[in-house]
Design a protein around this ligand. Sequence first.
Ligand code: F6R
Length: 607
Amino acid sequence: MCGIVGCILAEKSASKKAFESLLRLKYRGYDSAGMAGIEDGKLVVKKDAGKLEEINQRINFLEITSNIVIGHTRWATHGAPTRENAHPHIDCNGEVAVVHNGVIENFQELKDELIESGHKFRSRTDTEVVPHLVEEGFKKGYDLFNSVLYAVKRIKGSYALAIISTREPDKIICVCNESPLIIGIGVDGMYCASDIPAILPYTNKIISLKNGEIAVLRHDSYIIRRILDGSPVTRSPQIIDWSPDVAMKQGYPHFMLKEIHEQPQSLRNGLRLQEKYLDLISLFMDRGKKIFIVAAGTSYHAGVAASYMFSKLAKVHVHPVVASEFIENYGDAIDIDTVVLAVSQSGETYDTLKAVDYARMRAATVIGITNTLGSTLTRVSRAYILQQAGPEIGVAATKTFTSQLIVLAQIALRLSKMRGKLSQDEIDEFKSKLHEIPDIVDEVIKSSESRVKEIVNKYRDENLFIFIGRGISTATALEGRLKLLEISYIPSIAYPAGESKHGPIAIIEEGVPVIVIAPNDSTRKDIIGNIMEMKARGARIISICEAGDREIAELSDDIIEIPRGVHELLTPIPYVIPLQLFAYYMAVEKGFNPDEPRNLAKSVTVP
Ligand code: F6R
């Protein structure tokens, strides 16, 4: 996730406004930033790696004296956070500047083709293909609008783009596909940005662009068209009346809720991984004789789920280990034949990095999954994959958990393919189930939120919750428990349901709430048995189950339904959503701030 802005005014004060907008977009990315304007018919580009204010002290963005400026604040996904990789990116002739938020999936093919035809690339980003494609459009004799159309028809993926050119310095072209982009209609000019808060101080008249739309902004007018057929779009602006604090959270009361709602998008981004990195990671895993997933907290729960994926899809034993126990438990067994897959949203968790260092010292191969390019984990891993979830501000991990799961599922599938463990039909089936997940999550958020609030209201005075699941749903139960515990401070336990009779069932008495993760998978029959055991002892059952599962509904006091047909190895993704919402609304109900739970930090960089 990155943030983009554009500003075209009657006066030459666009850099100041764009800079202030970028400051308000920092939460979308903060590893590098840049701006471009047009001065006396020439493009002026200022950009660097680092934090926005520090960069500004070094290179003073406000020196750009222009009525037209585009700007960017970056959260690196393709190419490290360096000056060269910072946006804006320009074409060979210095006529076109582009800022981009999203992922261009086919950039490597396009880049190879453009290099072949003589284009010079300066960065390792996916974005840089766009200015070069616009340049190609110019070569074909098109104007700026049609050159941009030419470019966007060639790219695949997600993009919010703002583009300016010295050839037509009176306009910003904006394009939107699966990355957010809004237009602001001001009295002094027109604006565009990744989100509303960025430009709210200048105007509250906002139009959200939809997928497949392209807009042309002049300082005193705008038009929107559909990319497909060029037909005009008429949409009235909304009047936004948010307070500044609510605006930062895009209308949500907390970052956590905003991030829960961002999951359909972060999952879509998580499906746009580069094939070559998936291949590389799978190759390393394939060579390992002992394979561990090492992680902490929520990332460990993703690792638990992944161990089922690797075993069922690729027929490989992958052992998930809590990072702080890794050395003590397995240290002596680590050697050159070991592969450690470290999973860490921040890429900076002390325990995970300590385990990784230890493994490297013993000649093991370390590979990583992280949400943070440039983090220590990316530097110490032989290969890594980025989750593409964008920065997460709420301390409790939500969208980064589900994006870890979708990345891990794709690695497991790739490994399975490499090892010849699934038929082509099975591979195709799993792939299509993977691609259904973002829409299913969207549906679950929409359909379960008010139901979750009712359940919170009913159980708000409970002082113990028990979470159970079987098979891969054990991981979902563990994660649901952690969410509730860490933000609403209600003591909770979670365990694989089969363990009940080995001890935990002793604490079940009249009225104890038990949250059961009960998808329609191979464990369903057994979990029904567990529900009955619990009910017989007076427990109140809250089930997360497949829509239309009458048997489970009849045994439960409350149910939350998840659409049918989710692949059993992907169930943790939609099934954890109601649990995230449950924890969130419970914390709010109790008057706690879910974004800043007591005693916890977003990134635990100390022993
Ligand atoms: C829980 C949570 C933590 C982190 C853990 C590991 O909501 O956020 O449990 O998952 O501290 O952090 P990373 O993934 O950054 O290594």
